[in-house]
Structures are given as structure tokens and as C-alpha cells.
Design a protein around this ligand. Structure first.
Ligand SMILES: *Cc1c(COP(=O)(O)O)cnc(C)c1O
Length: 439
């Protein structure tokens, strides 16, 4: 794939390119998380020097309107003065103790007050840990082994969750990665997103064996795919009927689509919830939580083991608490919603004028412009998108100072730091970018 950046004399990344070459010698692919390497759009990524508010600044001197927000956490914008002050204050008192602190109870109280399914929660350091621990808890609590996951939902990189859909793999998980053993995959059953009948079939075919049905209540990792009306409630009813737990992975949607997450927005309460991203306010923190009855099965009160050297880290708890406080200010979610509607409407009209196949999907401040004819309801639909048009569009946007997620299968995030002017600049850039990408 050609790198459109290289074809634009006004958008050049010499320092980033040198940094990438250096990093690639000592870090696989030059990055510490694969998406950052731009594999889905070709070319080399700009290296970042700093961020502030709604903007990223690369080492080559370009400024970008940022729609990845560190892939979700930065909902109040980068280096918000209140978050910065909270973290600085905490740092001055010690960055890690390996002993309990008062702030951990404070944020756990805030989470329990916010999230309908949570009475108690346990903090960990990444979304991967949160979902992995939630699965262990569900298995330990029910005494059952199997889990149902939806194709195209991402839950971090725990072995048993690194399984998506092979076309023939609707009932038997096939590992997505070398290093995941068939044994780890064998207890993972797959269903398409937005298909409650498929889940019912799996539950009936594995009577008394399914510990949990796990999903992103709003899929964000195949591009933004909302749950169809009634889908979440149908899963709630089915899991109850079959004695399985319902787990919402709200690592992306928690405190994002509403203060209480997708479960508040859609009025369906799971048994266990995984949180991450926003809850750490840009520092490494995540959590899993449930009723007191379920959570008291976790060590040291109960027998289900889970631990972490940096869990509940003081700096991360301070950043998370400050972020949650900002999100509780009146009008925060209305503002996010209004900005995201403005962005979605603008992208829709730009794509319509350009005459490209498209659909814009949005829930709250999460938005995806799919180059796809008609709605995207599941992973199969998403994979039918024009990814090469997306790659050209992505680079044309980058060259115009707009940093979108570098894959068709990701959601863009709007933050409280974005302004109407940022959104309007983005939409104007999209008009030009689509013209250039289809020329
Ligand atoms: C990002 C994400 C994860 C993984 O979180 P990490 O902090 O990257 O380990 C899990 N589930 C969902 C829905 C996510 O979006």
C-alpha cells in the first residue's frame, strides 16, 4: 500500500520516520500495542511529542484534532488542569505503596454509585485484566467452564478471549493467535453480535455448562455497532433462564456513553461488569465489579484468586477520581452527545456528497463512518466495508490535521475538550479528504 503522506510535500514526517526506524530495532513493529503501527492503513505512524485538550502534537511539528483519545480514556481531554493537579498532588505523596489507601474506597464508592450492576468492585491495571478476572469470577461462581463471546467483540488479550469468528466456527472456538492452545479455545463458544437466537442455540446445546455470556453491550472494536432493540434484554432473559451470568465488557463504554455506561443507557443490568479506559483518566486503571454476593467470592474474602502489584495505584486512582468528578458536572454528557451528533451528521453529509457507500453509526460520543452500503449489525457486515478507501481517507485526514482511529474497525471518540469549531474543521477536512481519496 502506498503511503499518501509520502505523496504530499506539505505533510512530511522525517523525525517520526527516524524514531520509528529506531524503535523498530528494539520493539516488535516499533510499538507497544499493535494498532499504533498503522498496519490497517499502511505507512508509518507519526510519533507524538505532547498532547493538550483536544489536540495531539507530533515530533515533526504537526497538530492534530484527536479522535482516538488514547483509544478511549481521554474523555475530558488531554492534561485537564484538574486531572493534572490531582495526579501531581498524589505523586508528591508517593507513587505506589503496596498497601491500601483511602482513595481506593473513594473511587470504588463512586463506581458503585454510578454503575447499576456494581455494589463492590476490584481495581486492576488494564482492561485485559478486568475481563480475564471477570471470566474467572463467573467460572468460579457458577462452577461451569464455558463462555459465550460474540464475533468481533474485543476483550483484551487473555487466551480464552482471543478467539473471533472463523466462518465455520459458530459453535467451536478457533484460536486467533499462535500461542493460544486449542484447550484455551475449547471452552469459548462464538455467536454473531446482535443475534440472541444464536446464543440461545449455544445455551441449549451446552446445558448447565455455560458460566457466562460476555459482550461489549455496544460493540466498539469492529467499528461502532449498536445493540439492536431488544438484543441486550434478550441476553439478560436467556442467561437467567439457563443459569449463566451476563458479563458486560464496558471497558470502552463505561463512563463514556452515559455516566453509568451502556447498562444505564439501555436499562439492562448485567451480573458482572468490566471497566477500564475512562476510569483511569489516562493512567493505567481498570476494574471489575458485581453484586456483593458475587464479589465476596473474590480473594481474600472468597476462594477466587486475583491480585496485582500496582492495582489501585495512587496516581491512577487520583486521575480516575478527578475525571469522574468532571463527568458529574451538569451537562457533561449532553455536551458530548451534541458534539458527536454534529460530527456524525457532518461526516454523513460529506460522504453522501462524495457519493461513496457509507453509513455513520453513533452511540453517545462514539462514532464510526463505515464505507459500507447499509447498516453494520455485526462483524460480517463490518468486514464488508471498503477498507482501502478507508486507508486513503485516513491519510488524507491526517495530512489535514485530523487524527482518526487508524482502522475502519474502531470508533472515534469525542471529548469535552473538543469544540464546535474543531468538529466543523473536521467535517470540512472530510469533504476535501473524500474528494482526494476518490479522485
Ligand atoms: C480496550 C478494551 C479492552 C482491553 O483493555 P486494555 O486496557 O487494552 O487491556 C477490553 N475490552 C474492551 C471492550 C476494550 O475496548
Amino acid at each position: 500500500m502506498t503511503t499518501p503522506a509520502a505523496s504530499r510535500p506539505d505533510y512530511d514526517l522525517p523525525k517520526s520516520s527516524a524514531a520509528f526506524a529506531r524503535a523498530s530495532k528494539v520493539i516488535p513493529g516499533g510499538v507497544n500495542s499493535p494498532a499504533r503501527a498503522f498496519g490497517a492503513v499502511g505507512g508509518e505512524p507519526p510519533f507524538m511529542a505532547k498532547a493538550e485538550g483536544a489536540y495531539l502534537y507530533d515530533v515533526d511539528g504537526h497538530r492534530y484534532v484527536d479522535y482516538i483519545g488514547s483509544w478511549g480514556p481521554m474523555i475530558v481531554g488531554h492534561v485537564h488542569p484538574k486531572v493534572k493537579a490531582a495526579v501531581s498532588e498524589a505523586l508528591a505523596l508517593g507513587s505506589s505503596f503496596g498497601a491500601p489507601t483511602e482513595r481506593e474506597a473513594e473511587i470504588a464508592e463512586a463506581v458503585a454509585a454510578a454503575v447499576p450492576s456494581i455494589e463492590m468492585c476490584r481495581f486492576v491495571s488494564s482492561g485485559t485484566e478486568a475481563t480475564m478476572s471477570a471470566i474467572r469470577l463467573a467460572r468460579g461462581y457458577t462452577g461451569r467452564d464455558k463462555i459465550v463471546k460474540m464475533a468481533g467483540c474485543y476483550h483484551g488479550h487473555a487466551d480464552c478471549l482471543l478467539i473471533q469468528a472463523g466462518s465455520a466456527a459458530t459453535t467451536l472456538g478457533v484460536p486467533d493467535s499462535p500461542g493460544v492452545t486449542p484447550g484455551a479455545a475449547a471452552d469459548t463458544l462464538l455467536a454473531p453480535f446482535n443475534d440472541a437466537d444464536a446464543v440461545e442455540t449455544l445455551l441449549k446445546a451446552n446445558p448447565g455448562q455455560v458460566a457466562a455470556v460476555l459482550l461489549e453491550p455496544i460493540a466498539g472494536n469492529m467499528g461502532l455497532v449498536p445493540p439492536a432493540p431488544g438484543y441486550l434484554q434478550a441476553l439478560r432473559d436467556l442467561t437467567r433462564e439457563h443459569g449463566a451470568l451476563l458479563i458486560f465488557d464496558e471497558v470502552m463504554t463505561g463512563f463514556r456513553v452515559a455516566y453509568g455506561g451502556a447498562q444505564e443507557r439501555f436499562g439492562v443490568t448485567p451480573d458482572i461488569t468490566a471497566l477500564g479506559k475512562v476510569i483511569g483518566g489516562g493512567l493505567p486503571a481498570a476494574a471489575y465489579g458485581a453484586s456483593r454476593e458475587i464479589m465476596t467470592k473474590v480473594s481474600p474474602v472468597g476462594p477466587i484468586y486475583q491480585a496485582g502489584t500496582l492495582s489501585g495505584n495512587p496516581l491512577a486512582m487520583a486521575a480516575g477520581l478527578a475525571t469522574l468528578e468532571l463527568l458529574r458536572e451538569p451537562g457533561a454528557y449532553d455536551r458530548l452527545e451534541a458534539l458527536a451528533v454534529r460530527l456524525a451528521d457532518g461526516l454523513e453529509s460529506a460522504a453522501r456528497e462524495a457519493g461513496v457507500p457509507h453509513v455513520v453509526q453513533r452511540v453517545g460520543s462514539m462514532v464510526t463512518l463505515f464505507f459500507h452500503d447499509g447498516p453494520v449489525r455485526n462483524y460480517e457486515d463490518a468486514k464488508g466495508s471498503d477498507t482501502s478507501l478507508f486507508a486513503r481517507f485516513f491519510w488524507e485526514m491526517l495530512a489535514r490535521g485530523v487524527y482518526l482511529p487508524c482502522s475502519q474497525f474502531e470508533a472515534a471518540f469525542v471529548s469535552l475538550a473538543h469544540t464546535e469549531a474543531d468538529v466543523d474543521h473536521t467535517v470540512a477536512a472530510a469533504r476535501e479528504a473524500l474528494a482526494a481519496a476518490t479522485a
